[in-house]
Design a protein around this ligand. Structure first.
Ligand code: MG
Ligand code: ZN
Length: 215
């Protein structure tokens, strides 16, 4: 019984995600769903990405948080259109929340929409929102065991960004294991090793994204 309820919720979510998908295609917007654990550097990556690409495409942001507007405030100071979704306790964004958030943006004036999901490696991966690409961050302090503990998010992502590589000298992060285990789950995963603090390695990520936004 319980399993059936979960299935119905996900089916309903998928229908709205498909509607979002059609809308994004119609408006010719590339949409990325950015996911990670709390504190892995999602908002820092969004800030870096905006600074790098803002002269080349029109960017908007949806910020998902359980409460408060701290992350949205960080984006708003950059002069980029941003909508805050407070999930009111829910630990992920679903397609309907994104749908409602879209009403706060002028979709005709955007080429790239970045959706920063709630910090969590589990259920954001289960709820499609209709994005073109799922992008996940694994930060080095989290450890290299995450692909084996949370396989779904690695399976559904097009990109894994390994962030905080500036901390590697101070950690026992097994970089090769993280890469190997992630690629074993998803051989098409694009991996970029970066530091959002120093800027190291980010050019590869910017190139990957820009190619998709402007095509
Ligand atoms: Mg954030
Ligand atoms: Zn959740």
């Amino acid at each position: 019984m319980k399993i059936q309820v979960v299935k119905n919720i996900l089916d309903a979510n998928d229908r709205i995600a498909d509607a979002n998908r059609s809308l994004f295609d119609e408006k010719k917007i590339f949409v990325m769903n950015l996911m990670s654990s709390p504190g892995a550097g999602k908002t820092s990556l969004v800030e870096r990405t905006i600074r790098a690409l803002r002269d080349r495409c029109r960017i908007g942001v949806i910020e998902g948080d359980i409460q408060n507007t701290l992350d949205a405030d960080r984006i708003a100071v950059l002069g980029i259109p941003v909508v805050q979704i407070n999930t009111g306790g829910s630990c992920h964004l679903d397609a309907n929340m994104v749908r409602e958030g879209l009403s706060g943006l002028n979709l005709d004036a955007l080429d790239l929409l970045i959706v920063e999901n709630v910090g969590n490696l589990v259920c954001p991966a289960e709820f499609r929102i209709g994005a073109d690409a799922n992008v996940m961050i694994l930060s080095t302090p989290e450890g290299a065991d995450k692909p084996s503990k949370y396989p779904l998010i690695f399976k559904i992502s097009s990109v894994m960004i390994i962030n905080k590589i500036d901390l590697l000298p101070h950690l026992d992060f097994e970089r090769d294991k993280a890469r190997r285990d992630a690629l074993a789950l998803n051989r098409d995963l694009n991996i970029f090793e970066v530091s959002c603090r120093t800027g190291e390695g980010l050019d590869g990520w910017f190139g990957w994204l820009e190619e998709r936004v402007t095509q």
